[in-house]
Design a protein around this ligand. Structure first.
Ligand code: DX5
Ligand code: ZN
Length: 230
């Protein structure tokens, strides 16, 4: 866990480009490029075509990306059965796994169980919630997780519009998390929504289209963090 930036952040907020918005035909170069542009993490969106209506990448892709890009991988499981994918991604080198509180598979293995499993394998654990889910759904696990991920779009695709009503949940969690726990926001993050999310208390920003479609990725990452040129 020593290089885990969620445990020892070099600064806050952290910026995590979502590789989902990259050009998949040049995916390794794209990952290297956002590393050189000053990103803190690489956000890996894992979709199974069942929990969300899209298919993306598995542990082999994560392993391949890790050969070109040394950024810590922030794995976001949008899958029906997160219990089946924890070990494969950690074996592939992931230092962090987030799963959804709405995942049907939690009927078989509880969220508490999965968090313990992730920790026992040496990674940090996060829990995500979709826009319609109330924050109280996380009551039982809040003290156990290293990170809460507030979805600010309905999960499934990059390039959607930010849902401002989700900021209320960011504020709600900010008042309940300890300084050691990270609060991540994901979906539709651009300069304006990043500013609003940071004001509401987020300290990890996931951004796909805003970074990968930018003409100057390094400047965009700095601006997302709130570092404005003087
Ligand atoms: C949405 C994913 C996000 C998304 C971010 O289901 O979890 O990580 O790809 O992309 P943008 O920033 O383009 O909304
Ligand atoms: Zn994501």
């Amino acid at each position: 866990m020593s290089n885990n930036v969620f445990l020892r952040p070099p600064h806050l907020p952290l910026v995590a480009p979502s590789i989902l918005a990259a050009d998949f035909g040049r995916i390794a170069q794209e990952a290297m490029d956002v590393q050189c542009a000053g990103s803190d993490l690489l956000h890996i969106d894992v979709m199974d075509g069942h929990f969300v209506p899209n298919l993306t990448m598995g542990p082999d892709m994560a392993l391949a990306l890790a050969r070109s890009c040394q950024l810590m991988q922030d794995v976001h499981l949008m899958v029906t059965d997160p219990q089946d994918f924890i070990k494969p991604f950690i074996d592939a080198g992931a230092a962090h796994i987030t799963f959804h509180v709405e995942a049907p598979g939690l009927k078989h293995s509880s969220a508490v169980d999965l968090i313990k499993r992730i920790h026992d394998m040496g990674a940090t654990a996060g829990i995500a919630l979709n826009p319609p889910t109330v924050p109280e759904m996380l009551d039982g696990v809040l003290p156990l997780v290293d990170l809460v991920l507030v979805m600010s779009v309905h999960p499934g695709f990059t390039g959607q519009s930010f849902l401002p009503e989700t900021l209320r949940k960011v504020t709600w969690f900010r008042h309940r998390l300890s300084p050691k726990q990270r609060l991540e926001i994901d979906g539709g993050i651009g300069l304006r929504s990043a500013h609003d999310a940071l004001e509401a208390g987020a300290d990890v920003l996931v951004a796909g289209a805003a970074i990968f479609h930018a003409s100057d990725r390094a400047a965009t990452i700095q601006l997302l963090r709130g570092d404005y040129p003087r």
